[in-house]
Design a protein around this ligand. Structure first.
Ligand code: ADP
Ligand code: MG
Length: 693
């Protein structure tokens, strides 16, 4: 029998040199090689006789090249052959591939796969244009490359084309019975093939296999291998989550009448149903003795900050301190303003630990250390820097649309067993939430507070500048405010970018005589930024020409128009964030997406999505579809597993199925059995999750 763990070197057709090259492609064992999943499959079971070909058929023929020649026509190189079998002759031609002369010469035995067309040039009655081709060498085992459903593979290091197919065919032949990784009841419920059979049929489809199912990765073999992989992955997440639940080192807060009284005094409005539900989930976590590690997802403006504040009230009423961390100073400042306003009717003292003068920061830190202040607001640096708390009970991390910046472990390292609530304004598609955050508890705010007028989104081209300026002028005339945003490469803003933003500022000043227009960019010193923001928030300036620094969390209800210049250069997540800056009051708002030049297909698709919907989850799904899971999270790729067979975009429903079974298995069979199942391989290593703890 075949030893799956044997080094790939001993596979026939590989050898030491190729094995070395394969190792670079991550293939070390026979098993690695067997998990090189075909890109697609071609049904070559029935070779069509040339005499039976009809225009429109997509099919495979085999024969001998009788005539071949390269000629030039209208500045193109045409390589043309006549292929003959016992029943007739077929013309085939390729454009601009002169090297074919050396591949498909006279006398070669060839298989062609393509669509049959009527031949406009006369001569032969029918033809194939640019069909896929494969040479049939005499020594080939019959039935490897033709006469079956043939797998097509992506090149793998030094192995490609038919050599690769031959190798995997032979390996497939040798795969016998393999030990099963999943327990029988699970396999039965999921309807899996035996593991050996699945691996074999991946490379050697049988007559029971449908080409369509194979190509959709829904054949019994594909389903088996995908579900197996996803089950093990989700079981690992289930175990982690269980571990967290069994951890009793957290604080068991109590929710008392005093807490409820404080909440009532603070709230200027009624919570939405979604806010109530989420607050209950958070309060349950906080009351339990295990530490909370919860992700709060909610679109911009869905009311996360209020919920976070109420969680902070629970901590403070229990005699603990709470910290709120934001990704930028501007946003921290904004949060501090909001919280101060809402905390007016309770005797909590709040300290801003970033920004301000050195002496102010020093004093703030001292009050936190001594326990005289209950709430700290700052940037993410708050936890890394030397801020000491008297008794930290809750850390709220506002990550906006970043991920995984701060982990509970960072707090632990500093000796705090505080509860952690992570907020993100980027709706995460469910598939990704179940993988990247699959071991966290997730709360979703999926309802907007009442009284918000919708935001109308329009697309304009750069040549319609006057029109756009007119739209802004109208808003200002009605006593409202406007954002104009330019894309800059980095948050620090390069000098030349600042120069161009300054130019834009001048343009807008000229276009809006009498209006006060201010410029905000990353190069400004913190104090200046704060002044610009405060002037805009206070209505002392009407137009804020800004770079991307404005995108996070800024809340100015009187701003009713958002102009995004070079909108084609922003990603969907950023556009969605930017649009969320308007529509924060009761007045109808507008978002104008101005695009410059010819758009790439993807940019076009992005802007269409923006114009079509303002549902953050729909936008996130589109973003995922357009960019793929890796890019979706940006360069961090935080916690995204590397799958061998599964594909997060394609296998969404199988993911749900596997997750259900994995969590059920842990429930039924217990932690020891689950550990056993994941045991030998090292779960995190297997899915390349080393960085996540
Ligand atoms: P997020 O942090 O999710 O972007 P915020 O918490 O900042 O949203 O809320 C956005 C705005 O909506 C704020 O002005 C807030 O006061 C208001 N708001 C939040 N919840 C409600 C509610 N239940 N009813 C009315 N207004 C609300
Ligand atoms: Mg907020």
């Amino acid at each position: 029998v075949l030893d799956l763990q044997a080094p790939v070197q001993y596979v026939k057709g590989v050898g030491p040199q190729r094995a070395e090259a394969l190792a670079k492609a991550g293939v070390r064992t026979v098993e690695d090689l067997l998990f090189h999943v075909p890109l697609r499959y071609e049904d070559r079971r029935q070779l069509t006789r040339i005499a039976d070909l009809r225009p429109g058929m997509k099919t495979t023929v085999a024969g001998v090249v009788e005539v071949a020649g390269l000629r030039r026509a209208r500045r193109m190189a045409l390589y043309e052959i006549r292929l003959a079998d016992e029943t007739g002759r077929l013309k085939a031609l390729w454009f601009n591939q002169p090297f074919l002369r050396d591949v498909l010469g006279r006398g070669r035995r060839v298989v062609l796969y393509g669509t049959v067309e009527r031949d406009a040039q006369g001569g032969a009655r029918i033809m194939m244009a640019s069909p896929q081709y494969e040479l049939l060498e005499d020594e080939d085992t019959p039935g490897v490359h033709t006469g079956r459903i043939v797998p097509i593979y992506e090149k793998l290091g030094p192995l490609a084309g038919k050599a690769l197919r031959r190798t995997l065919w032979r390996l497939g032949e040798q795969v016998g019975e393999l030990p099963e990784t999943l327990p029988p009841p699970v396999r039965e419920r999921l309807g899996l093939l035996p593991r050996g059979a699945a691996l074999r049929r991946l490379h050697q489809p049988t007559d029971e296999d449908e080409p369509e199912a194979l190509n959709l990765a829904r054949s019994p073999a594909h389903r088996t291998l995908i579900l197996e992989e996803l089950f093990l992955f989700q079981l690992g997440l289930a175990l982690r989550r269980q571990g967290r639940r069994d951890d009793r080192k957290g604080i068991a807060f109590r929710v008392t009448d005093a807490t409820r009284e404080a909440v009532k005094r603070i709230l200027p409005f009624h919570l939405t149903a979604a806010q109530k539900r989420v607050l209950r989930e958070i309060a349950d976590d906080m009351q339990a003795s295990r530490p909370m590690h919860r992700l709060l997802q909610g679109d911009v403006g869905s009311g996360k900050t209020v919920v976070a504040l109420l969680a902070m009230v629970i901590a403070v009423e229990n005699g603990y301190q709470a910290a709120l961390m934001a990704p930028t100073e501007i946003l921290a400042e904004q949060h501090a303003l909001t919280l101060r306003r809402m905390l007016q009717r309770v005797p909590y003292s709040l300290e801003m630990v970033t920004g301000g003068t050195r002496a102010q920061r020093q004093a703030a830190r001292e009050r936190l250390r001594a326990g005289q202040a209950q709430i700290a607001v700052g940037t993410h640096a708050l936890i890394q820097e030397d801020v000491r708390f008297h008794r930290l009970g809750l850390a709220v991390v506002d990550e906006q649309h970043r991920f995984g910046v701060i982990q509970r472990d960072d707090l632990r390292k500093k000796g705090y067993e505080a509860d952690v609530l992570v907020m993100t304004a980027t709706p995460i598609p469910r598939t990704l939430a179940l993988t990247a955050y699959g071991d966290l508890d997730v709360s979703v705010l999926d309802e907007r507070p009442p009284g918000r007028a919708p935001v109308r989104t329009v697309r304009r081209s750069a040549s319609e500048r006057r029109l756009v300026q007119g739209m802004v002028r109208d808003e200002l005339a009605a006593g409202r405010q406007a954002y104009v945003v330019y894309p800059l490469v980095e948050e620090s803003d390069k000098l030349e970018d600042v120069a161009s933003a300054t130019q834009m500022l001048e343009q807008w000043r000229q276009a809006l005589p009498g209006a006060r227009v201010a410029l905000l960019h990353g190069r400004l010193p913190t104090a200046a930024k704060e002044e610009v923001m405060a002037d805009f928030a206070g209505g002392r300036t009407q137009v804020l020409v800004a770079t991307t620094v404005v995108e996070v969390g800024v809340d100015v209800p009187r701003a009713t128009i958002m102009v995004v210049e070079n909108a084609e250069r922003f990603g969907l997540a950023s556009l969605h964030q930017l649009r969320g800056r308007v529509g924060r009051g009761a007045t109808a708002s507008t978002c104008v997406l101005v695009s410059h030049g010819r758009l790439s297909e993807e940019a076009q698709a992005r802007l269409e999505v923006m114009a079509r919907t303002d549902d953050g989850f729909v936008i996130a799904e589109e973003d995922l579809r357009l960019r793929g899971p890796g890019d979706f999270f940006g360069t961090r790729q935080w916690g995204l597993p590397a799958f061998r067979v599964a594909d997060l975009l394609r296998d969404r429903e199988l993911l749900e199925l596997a997750r259900g079974e994995a969590f059920r298995f842990l429930e039924d069979s217990g932690v020891a059995a689950a550990r056993d199942l994941l045991g030998q391989e090292g779960w995190a290593r297997r899915f390349h999750l080393a960085g996540v703890g």
